[in-house]
Design a protein around this ligand. Structure first.
Ligand code: ADP
Ligand code: MG
Length: 542
């Protein structure tokens, strides 16, 4: 072809060349068209399958979203149901809470009613009411107290506790024996965590009784260190017995009772009540007047006697009775007396728990002849009270400053009141010596004397209670100065509250059991009905 072309003209060549290119173009475009067709076909097919895939996918998506929507709806419905149920529960819980509260209130009311009924029963039977206070475990209970955590101490050594507010539970265990739980019932049991406030709340009604005409005696019994002084006075600085006035919440029964007595008096007509105080210590079977003053007016412990009056009552002749007008005057006075216990040569003893302390508040009120002897009082009591009531006021009251507003001390008033009878009621507050039976072996001299006197006086107390319980004709009050001094409160017509104090520690188990036994026996004593003295109708008492 190229040889043939060589002979031809350029034009022809050019023509041929363009014809050839066209031919080639034609050929190429037909191929392209063919390819295009194929691609188109393929594309169409792919598009179709893609379309159907997309269709399937969207159907699938719709299906799934429907399922999810359904699930969400069910969940929402479930939540709503749960919410409703929750609300129902809340309402139910609220209702239950309310009924529980109502029940608790009713229970508390019933309990109070029951306690009041029980108290009346105790009164009717002339029983001695016994409360028991268990003090907390203290660092000195364990030799290595400061090294042992409070929890471990509890596990290790706490054997006495309050099972409820009327039951003491004691775990008695002896080496080689299975431990035995013993329970003791009392009118009220205070656990270690109960405050001075709580203890006093149960004592306060007795003070209302005091102003209503009953004699009252509150006596703390227990071994040394069991909390008698803490309960009666409050926490004491080491070997310096006195009221720590700084912390009011820690004050014990004696200062609180005085405050309460003056509060109750402030609600009565002015000048209708007088309060006198005496402070006595019984040490080695001797009675010391802690408020007696020497010729220079300095307080000076003086030995006194206890005698039985013609009416068969116990009396301490020449005992100092100081008139007080308010609680702080009382505290100052009693503190001064208590100080004597550590400074006076005949009164010095190593520990305050070696003596019995008796603080007495005498409340005197004037009763007009007309008011004397109300119909409910029986003939015998009325006669007795007439005999008891003296026609003149004590010297102290005559001497009292005429500025005093709470006393009928102006001459005119005195003259008017002297025509009246007066009735006295007495509040005796007693912090007994430690009740532990210390062995005599190895003890000599003063300590031996102390111990034997304490043992004797406390066993005399137990004997007296035993004699009254058995209704023996002779009650041996005079076997000890303590029982002779407290004769009228123990066997007479006083409302008597025995406050048992218990150390919870294992090592005091024997002493605790002894105290609990003493309390249990005291509780069973029946003394004939507690008598009310004839009080005037002049009070605006509520
Ligand atoms: P007691 O007069 O029976 O010998 P105390 O009243 O002196 O005993 O008490 C011994 C110690 O125990 C004191 O340090 C006292 O403060 C403390 N104590 C007693 N009872 C309690 C109590 N309920 N709470 C706290 N401390 C107490
Ligand atoms: Mg004491």
């Amino acid at each position: 072809q190229y040889q043939g072309l060589a002979g031809r003209s350029t034009n022809e060549v050019l023509q041929l060349y363009s014809a050839h290119s066209q031919q080639q173009k034609l050929q190429r475009s037909s191929v392209v068209i063919q390819m295009y067709g194929a691609i188109k076909k393929r594309l169409k097919r792919d598009l179709k399958s893609l379309h159907s895939f997309a269709l399937e996918l969207s159907k699938d998506f719709q299906r799934q979203s429907k399922t999810y929507l359904y699930q969400v709806l069910t969940a929402v419905q479930g939540i709503q149901l749960q919410n409703e149920a929750m609300q129902m529960f809340q309402i139910k819980a609220f209702d239950l809470e309310q009924s529980l509260q109502e029940l608790t209130e009713r229970y508390e009311k019933e309990k109070q009613k029951r306690r009041a009924l029980h108290n009346s029963l105790v009164e009717l039977r002339g029983n001695i009411r016994v409360h028991c206070r268990i003090r907390p475990l203290l660092p000195f209970d364990t030799a290595a107290g400061h090294l042992v955590s409070p929890d471990r101490q509890r596990n290790f050594s706490e054997v006495a506790c309050a099972a409820d507010d009327e039951t003491v539970l004691v775990k008695c265990s002896r080496p080689g024996h299975a431990s035995v739980n013993k329970t003791f019932q009392f009118e009220r049991v205070y656990s270690a965590s109960e405050s001075q406030d709580t203890v006093f709340a149960d004592v306060a009604p007795l003070l209302t009784s005091l102003l209503d005409g009953y004699n009252v005696c509150i006596m703390a019994y227990g071994q040394t260190g069991s909390g008698k002084t803490y309960t009666m006075l409050g926490p004491q600085p080491e070997e310096n017995l006195m009221f720590a006035i700084e912390d009011e919440s820690e004050l014990g029964i004696i200062p609180r009772a005085t405050q309460e007595v003056f509060r109750l008096i402030s609600e009565k007509p002015p000048g209708s009540y007088w309060v006198e105080v005496s402070v006595v210590e019984v040490y080695n079977n001797e009675v010391f007047d802690l408020l007696a003053k020497d010729s220079c007016g300095k307080v000076f412990g003086v030995k006194r006697d206890v005698v039985t009056s013609r009416e068969g009552k116990s009396d301490v002749p020449l005992l100092t009775h100081e008139t007080v007008e308010n609680a702080s005057e009382f505290l100052r006075l009693v503190n001064k007396g208590l100080q004597l216990r550590v400074t006076h040569p005949t009164l010095v003893h190593a520990h305050s728990s070696r003596s019995h302390l008796v603080v007495t508040l005498t409340i005197t009120t004037a009763v007009s002849e007309d008011n004397f002897g109300t119909p409910w009082e029986d003939e015998q009591t009325s006669q007795r009270l007439h005999k008891e009531a003296s026609c003149t006021f004590p010297q102290k009251m005559r001497e009292s400053k005429s500025t005093s507003s709470s006393r009928a001390s102006s001459p005119a008033q005195l003259e008017a009141t002297e025509k009246m009878k007066q009735v006295k009621t007495r509040l005796q507050l007693v912090d007994l010596a430690g009740s532990e039976c210390v062995g005599m072996s190895g003890v000599t001299g003063a300590a031996l004397r102390e111990t034997s006197f304490i043992n004797r006086s406390l066993s005399a107390l137990a004997d007296v209670l035993g004699a009254i319980a058995e209704q023996r004709s002779h009650v041996p009050y005079r076997n000890s100065k303590l029982t002779h001094l407290l004769q009228d409160s123990i066997g007479g017509d006083a409302k008597l509250l025995l406050m048992l104090c218990i150390s919870p520690d294992q090592k005091y188990l024997t002493e605790s059991m002894q105290s609990l036994g003493f309390g249990t026996r005291a509780r069973q004593v029946q003394r004939g009905q507690v008598k009310k003295k004839n009080f005037p109708v002049l009070s605006k008492a509520k």
